[in-house]
Design a protein around this ligand. Structure first.
Ligand SMILES: [Zn+2]
Length: 292
């Protein structure tokens, strides 16, 4: 894995003056073990979103992948894992992140393993960015286990296929978040549940100017990341009890509970979740939520 710092990134100096580049690289290489090999590049861009997207698209092209399509302006992209296949069919990946995300991970290590102190509010941000960083590595591991480009490139021909694709991609979000928590919880008990839950509630209760399709997709996107934390901790998901008396949210509870069961079911089948009979339960619950 090559570590590439783009021009004007300040984070490289911060690493050099704290952990040192070699130590930092060795931490990265020991994070997920052998599975880092297909990741050819870890690219760090400045925090400017346009610059970030340009870099992502540059690497998409390099790895024979489709370029980034950011229709949903409500979501800020800060990290992206690209999984592609070379001409001769070899898996090749790149992780592109903004430097604020890498800084979160660096400060997390400095705080947990080297005694650096930060204010509580700053720590929250650090934890959250560290999880995002590991989440992208989770996507890389997921990609290594179940991405087959030929399968993914099938253009959906009907609603079932389209939602089944969404299901597979959202399962990837669950998987990546679980990887992140798995790793980070071995060092410290941190979570970003508050912000994930806020986003989830926000999409359930607010009328964004988005179509129903996108709305449901967003709800599930945050929901699966929310439950990932509790699944890793092996704690019952508290959401259903917490919101059973909330007027706007309670109607979602039954469906979300069903969605949790779908995710648990798919997780048992992992990585073989793409089959029609395996994903059809996801599609059913997805439609059910659309009807609410
Ligand atoms: Zn993700």
């Amino acid at each position: 894995m090559r570590l590439i710092f783009e021009q004007d990134c300040r984070i490289k100096n911060e690493i050099e003056s704290t952990l040192g580049l070699d130590e930092f690289k060795s931490i990265l290489n020991n994070l997920f073990g052998y599975k880092l090999e297909p990741i050819l590049y870890l690219v760090i861009t400045i925090d400017d979103t346009l610059k970030f997207i340009n870099t992502v698209n540059e690497y998409c092209e390099m790895l024979n992948e489709e370029k980034l399509d950011i229709k949903d302006k409500n979501i800020e992209v800060v990290g992206k894992c690209i999984t592609g296949l070379s001409e001769i069919g070899i898996l090749q990946q790149a992780i592109i992140i903004k430097e604020c995300i890498l800084r979160g991970f660096l400060y997390f290590i400095l705080h947990k393993c080297h005694g650096y102190n930060f204010d509580n509010d700053i720590l929250k941000k650090i934890n959250s960015n560290a999880i995002i960083f590991l989440h992208e590595f989770g996507h890389a591991i997921d990609g290594q286990q179940r991405v087959c480009r030929a399968e993914r490139r099938n253009i959906p021909t009907n609603d079932f296929d389209a939602i089944s694709e969404i299901g597979q991609s959202l399962f990837g979000e669950y998987f990546a978040e679980k990887c992140a928590y798995d790793k980070i919880l071995t060092i410290a008990d941190v979570n970003r549940i508050e912000s994930t839950k806020e986003n989830l509630i926000d999409y359930i209760t607010n009328e964004y100017k988005i179509d129903k399709y996108t709305k449901v997709r967003r709800i599930i996107y945050f929901f699966v990341q929310y439950i990932a934390y509790y699944h890793v901790k092996k704690i019952k998901v508290p959401f259903y009890d917490e919101y059973k008396n909330d007027e706007k949210i309670c109607i979602y509870i039954e469906c979300l509970h069903e969605m949790e069961n779908v995710i648990i079911f798919l997780n048992l089948l992992y990585p073989y979740i793409a089959k029609r009979e395996n994903i059809k339960e996801f599609v059913r619950v997805y439609y059910k939520i659309m009807e609410l």
